[in-house]
Write a protein that binds this ligand. Structure first.
Ligand SMILES: Cc1cc2nc3c(=O)[nH]c(=O)nc-3n(C[C@H](O)[C@H](O)[C@H](O)COP(=O)(O)O)c2cc1C
Length: 186
């Protein structure tokens, strides 16, 4: 079974986008689509970037483990909030920390906002950064608007049918990319 790492990027006090990470972990496991785990950047609590991991004499706690989890996952889901039209510093911090781990990695982006637009602006920016890293960002994207109304603290959606339908087509495309990638690279 494929393994999908879900990066929960917000480290904000009172964050809401983590609810969507919880939803995706349950969705993948309940539907037996893949094994999964959440890589919670708030829990890792990485210091501000100084240099790429491979050049650091003193590596932040958890950094090697984080790198290994990104490397070994067959696919990644990035849950990102939109802050001022872009991605949070916490996310760029770990994208820059790694290098080859992102290369040829299928990545699906889920943009989250607490307003009505669902993080439309962050997606293009994050796709560009991940393209520079050599990741395979999938064309499907998922935008969650009004997150606090749409998901409770446990990640249970208020409209289960609609959330599952959207997740299903998004995950379908991610898993297609994972399958093509493993045919090519084993
Ligand atoms: C610094 C900051 C900037 C924000 N900028 C945007 C924005 O550009 N577009 C938007 O739709 N929401 C914006 N919001 C609202 C976020 O979408 C909302 O706080 C959401 O819950 C963020 O995810 P989080 O709670 O996991 O941090 C912003 C929030 C913060 C804290």
């Amino acid at each position: 079974m494929n393994h999908i790492a879900i990066v929960s990027s917000s480290i904000r006090t009172g964050r809401k986008s983590h609810r969507v990470a919880l939803f995706f972990r349950s969705f993948l496991e309940e539907n037996q689509l893949a094994s999964s785990e959440i890589l919670d950047l708030a829990a890792y609590n990485f210091p501000l970037f100084e240099e790429r991991l491979r050049y650091l004499a003193s590596q932040p706690a958890g950094a090697i483990e984080f790198a290994e989890r990104i490397k070994s996952a067959q696919g990644i889901i990035i849950i990102t909030p939109e802050y001022n039209g872009g991605y949070p510093a916490s996310l760029k911090n770990v994208i820059d920390l790694l290098a080859d781990e992102w290369k040829h990695k299928p990545v699906g982006i889920v943009a989250v906002s607490d307003g009505p637009f669902g993080g439309t602006q962050v997606i293009g920016q994050l796709q560009f950064v991940l393209w520079k890293m050599g990741a395979y960002t999938i064309p499907a994207r998922l935008q969650v608007a009004n997150v606090a109304e749409q998901y409770d603290e446990m990640g249970i959606p208020s409209d289960k049918l609609s959330a599952n339908k959207r997740a299903s087509s998004f995950i379908g495309e991610l898993l297609d990319c994972v399958a093509l990638n493993s045919m090519k690279r084993g």
